[in-house]
Write a protein that binds this ligand. Structure first.
Ligand code: MSP
Length: 488
């Protein structure tokens, strides 16, 4: 059985997740569910990044000790993920002793490779991004990722000899072209690596809410080195069965602003520690509001649970996947979401189901016939798109087929038919809807489930997505989606 190990970034637990950071989690969930449909052995990791100055500062502002603070927020993450139908297999927390032990062991291996040395760091630090910058990297004196103020740091630190891995990284990118995904981002990384790599600071002396640095009691591990190790600590590296089974990861799904950490620093750390690198880092784009990245600190974020309460979880998941190809940036607006809900989920999917089931439940004979619509559905194309993380292309293809089925209803006018002729049309419609219910289930799990219930069939797998005998007992249930009235 093929295996599929997919991870999301682990989030700083400073507040509840908003639409921007729920996005990669939803995308990863769709991919994990798709691979389960294929019958793959899936391991889907999510988690929380609980150490570091940013979390320490947020805890202080909340008047809590860091551990007490993170414990209170982790529960919120679990609740939101459960509300959004996130089917994760494991939830890693970086403040857990098991994770901390792995971080210390990785550092020990890196030190044994001669890659860690003590020195002095002098440069800039961006607190919201927990990242170090040189004078040259700043843009107008501000953080080049988020454009916010940076502060001057001058402290003793331990460095990781990243510079030593320049050639090996470049060769690795060359040998494994899929590692840097999507393609459009690979040049940017390769060029920066070609320009030369500076050693990175991996400890702080002033931030104590962190993993103690095993080589020197005065020092604490830099939060990014700690956080990256989550992808293997969650599998029980070095000896855990899951590590043997699932590593190397198939996909680390990450936002483009943290691509460098994942595509450069992480494989170099793994090289140094003698661990195989992951197969792919896929950098996705940003949801923006008026062109600016949606973020908690800018205050321009959308409350995803509020949106889900208002329009349903599946409508939110659908809009996030259908509105923007994975890898692009896009402005999010509630108005666009309502338009998609009304014009696609209600008028295309809902309408098809409603029309077919209304007639089918009144039909007393056995529904049987010969396939007429099967040639219009290219499952392999959809599957290939999903294997390439083209969730946008796959969803477009599924909805193109929904339109084909709706046109079939319009052309055949089943409400005018009887007997064998009606059975033939219903057969094609119900088999189409059964297959659609499987194909949409990774995107809209609740809708997929409700659809198979209304058809009176078991929820199938990808291998069931071909026309066969229709063995269900159709019974129209509540509308899948309700039209939202707008003032316009
Ligand atoms: N803790 C680090 C990640 C460590 S991974 C070993 C971190 N955390 S974060 O809380 O800032 O969340 C970052 C992730 O949330 C981004 O990488 C990105 O995937 C996602 N997003 C946050 N805002 C976003 C948008 N406005 N749009 C899309 N994704 C966004 O970085």
């Amino acid at each position: 059985m093929p295996k599929f190990y997919i991870t999301t970034p682990i989030y700083y637990v400073t507040d509840k997740p908003h639409l921007g950071n729920a996005y990669p989690t939803i995308v990863a969930d769709v991919l994990a569910r798709w691979h389960r449909l294929r019958g793959d052995d899936v391991y889907f990791l999510v988690g929380t990044d609980e150490h570091g100055e940013k979390v320490e500062t947020a805890a202080k502002a909340a008047g809590k000790a860091p551990k007490e603070f993170v414990d209170s927020i982790v529960g919120v993450y679990r609740d939101v993920w459960s509300k959004l139908s996130i089917s994760y297999d494991v939830f890693v927390r970086t403040s857990s002793p098991a994770h901390e032990a792995v971080v210390a062991q990785v550092i020990d291996k890196m030190a044994r490779s001669g890659d860690i040395y003590v020195g002095n760091y002098e440069g800039w630090y961006c607190l919201p991004d927990e990242s170090f910058w040189t004078d040259l990297q700043l843009i107008n004196g501000k953080c080049p990722i988020c454009g916010r103020e940076v502060k001057k740091l001058k402290e003793e630190t331990y460095f990781f000899r990243l510079s030593r891995y320049q050639d090996r990284l470049l060769k690795f990118y060359d040998d494994r072209p899929a590692f840097l995904s999507p393609k459009l981002r690979s040049k940017e990384i390769i060029n920066r690596v070609k320009d030369g790599l500076r050693d990175v600071s991996i400890t702080r002396t002033t931030v104590k809410w962190a993993v103690p640095f095993p080589m020197d009691k005065k020092h604490y591990v830099y939060v990014w080195v700690d956080a990256l190790c989550n992808y293997i600590s969650a599998l029980g590296w070095p000896d855990g069965d899951k590590f043997g089974e699932f590593w190397p990861a198939d996909v680390h799904l990450v936002g483009k602003e943290i691509n460098w950490f994942h595509s450069v620093i992480w494989p170099a750390m793994l090289f140094s520690a003698g661990i195989e690198p992951p197969k792919m880092v896929f950098a996705h784009g940003w949801w923006t509001a008026d062109g600016k990245k949606m973020s908690k600190s800018l205050g321009n974020f959308v409350d995803i649970t509020g949106l889900a309460d208002k329009y349903s979880v599946d409508a939110v998941r659908y809009t996030l996947l259908r509105e923007m190809p994975l890898g692009d940036d896009g402005d999010f607006s509630e108005k666009t979401m309502i338009t998609r809900l009304n014009n696609e989920l209600v008028a295309e999917l809902g309408n098809l189901v409603n029309r077919a089931l209304t007639i089918a439940e009144k039909f007393d004979d056995k529904i049987e016939g010969t396939p007429e619509l099967d040639a219009k559905l290219d499952i392999e194309k959809i599957d290939n798109a999903m294997l390439e993380l083209d969730t946008f292309g796959a969803l477009n293809e599924i909805f193109a087929y929904i339109r084909v089925a709706n046109k079939y209803v319009n052309d055949k006018e089943p409400w005018k038919l009887h007997g064998k002729e009606l059975s033939q049309v219903l057969y094609n419609l119900l088999e189409s809807i059964r297959i659609i219910s499987v194909l949409i289930s990774p995107f809209m799990p609740d809708t997929g489930k409700r659809l198979s219930e209304q058809l009176g069939v078991e929820q199938g797998k990808l291998s069931d997505c071909k026309f066969g005998a229709f063995n269900g007992k159709p019974k129209r249930g509540a509308y899948l989606f309700r039209k939202v009235q707008t003032t316009e």
